[in-house]
Design a protein around this ligand. Sequence first.
Ligand code: ZN
Length: 251
Amino acid sequence: MRILLLSDIHSNLEALEACLAEAPAHDVTVNLGDLVGYGASPNEVIEQSRQLGKFFVRGNHDRVTCGLIGLQDFNPVAGLAALWTRDHVNTENMQWLRELPQGPIQLEGVGGAQFVHGSPLNEDDYVLSEEDAAAPLLASSLPLTFFGHTHLQGGFVSAGNGSEFFQPDYSTIGASESCELALEPEQKYMINPGSVGQPRDGDWRAAFASYDTDTRMVTFHRVPYDLRGAQDRILAANLPVRLATRLAAGK
Ligand code: ZN
């Protein structure tokens, strides 16, 4: 089975469309959450994503938008964006957000893999460092966890009681590129496809990944998108200017 992995789209329709245009052939799509928040196209992103299939886990921005959690853990800019998003998501999409499942989820026919927003131990945890990844890797009975939330493409492989970080090695800063990772049979992995709509690893290009369960090959992808279009929409919506400028920096 060939799985398309999307995460942290954050209402960035231009980035989502660029990823879908470049995505390799796939059998299912799994969305790791945070469809909304920060960007200016929440309804369009939800509607496009719903057309891609039925496999989703909820993110913290999805939960704050539909009122499942409050704003207390959001910084001021994220909080302003969350309030804007609450005001703009339509009733049907709001109800759909409310019903998104909490991760981890598993897919029928895909043994040995789970899908979460933050960490399999807690949907809100940020797995940013080798130390952060050690506990969930040790605790997991499954060899493969796909996660999002950090907006950093790459992941962690178990190493004794700890873990080692890896990230794809690209050669350009503006072109469409992909980078393959062959999974070793005896290892446990946590893999982040990166953020479609608000990358934070210093690379402005939209990020996603694909996974072929037969060949056990993960492919990381980066694609340029209509950055200016996404920024213009954010500014026209009166969202914080920082949400537009940070897209260009990939930070
Ligand atoms: Zn996010």
